[in-house]
Design a protein around this ligand. Structure first.
Ligand code: AHR
Length: 319
């Protein structure tokens, strides 16, 4: 057989090997995951594996290393394998229509996890499991406004990945909350891309630019960025959690540890269990034709140092 034909047969074999239900009749689901930019993201991936195993779902996870083009490539590969459903954590909110049209044409339902997309065609995805990120930002802002009272408060903001729904919405919610207090103002804002290392560098440049002016608070769109910011503040001889208030989002063990050590003040929890509810609604949809709500909203809750030690102990094994 000529080598070209042999190669074609090999590719066809790979695609067919991935077709339809698994040999055990399990649901086969592909998860286009963003990457592992934060502790929260790594936990979401771990929890997804655990929740899939509990439900005997055959879950394949692809890591896009925070690049949309890699996520699009992964979705195309899942379509070629004819999985039963696709989970997508969209790194940014725009640019999904083309590939979601392809999934729709292949009759493969897509469920969004932890972030939303912007589309004029909402029927391109079945449902989304995510928190209300505007509300998360509001909780953070309300806490800060209550904490500072009438004192003037200059805030430094570390945004998440630009173009991600969670970054846009957390910023919006925070701004709405502090708009009620004219004494609380964001004086610098920049993206730290949801990572510790980038946020640390951004914080270092903020501190330099402030030239010793008093910094009242830091709002970071996730805990990992706050951990990076805490390192930068300490290296500059500042006292986060005492002289500078901190509020961030996620609820990862490291932020509870920082609270226990008196270096952080507040976090808004984002549950890492997005896959469990998504797999349940997919199963109900596939087996009973039950159409899920368009948005399954997860709870957002504020945590403060009083419960930090217990929360750290409770969560450390999961992350
Ligand atoms: O989309 C959820 C956000 O993505 C988390 O808050 C952040 O840690 C992650 O990278």
């Amino acid at each position: 057989m000529n080598p070209q034909r042999l190669a074609l047969l090999f590719i066809a074999g790979l695609v067919l090997a991935g077709c339809g239900r698994s040999s055990q009749g399990q649901l086969r689901v592909g998860f286009a995951q963003i990457g592992s930019e934060s502790g929260w993201r790594a936990a979401e991936t771990n929890v997804a594996k655990q929740e899939a195993a509990k439900r005997h779902v055959d879950l394949s996870i692809s890591d896009a290393q925070q690049r949309q083009e890699n996520e699009i490539r992964a979705i195309r590969a899942f379509i070629a394998q004819r999985v039963d459903a696709i989970l997508l954590a969209p790194v940014v909110s725009t640019g999904w229509d083309g590939v979601l049209e392809e999934a729709k044409a292949a009759k493969i339902p897509v469920v969004l996890l932890d972030r939303q997309i912007e589309t004029g065609k909402p029927d391109l995805y079945l449902s989304s499991v995510a928190a209300d990120s505007v509300h998360e930002g509001e909780i953070a802002g309300d806490w800060l406004v209550g904490k500072v009272g009438s004192k003037p408060c200059n805030v430094l903001e570390l945004q998440g990945t630009l173009g991600a729904s969670v970054a846009t919405d957390r910023k919006k919610g925070f701004e709405q909350a502090i708009a009620k207090a004219p004494n609380v103002k964001i004086v610098r804002t920049q993206s730290g891309d949801f990572t510790r290392s980038t946020a640390k560098q951004v914080m270092e440049s903020f501190i330099k630019a402030e030239q010793g002016r008093p910094i009242c608070a830091v709002f970071a769109h996730n805990d990992d960025m706050m951990i990076g910011a805490i390192q930068a503040m300490e290296e500059a001889g500042l006292k986060p959690g005492q002289d500078i208030l901190t509020v961030s989002i996620d609820g990862v063990p490291d932020i509870f540890k920082a609270m226990t050590d008196g270096k952080a003040n507040a976090t808004v929890e984002l549950t890492p269990d997005m896959a469990g509810p998504a797999l349940d609604l997919l199963t109900a949809y596939k087996t009973k034709g039950q159409v899920p709500p368009k948005w399954v909203k997860t709870e957002s809750r504020l945590y403060l140092p009083d419960t930090a030690k217990a929360e750290y102990e409770r969560r450390k094994a999961l992350y």
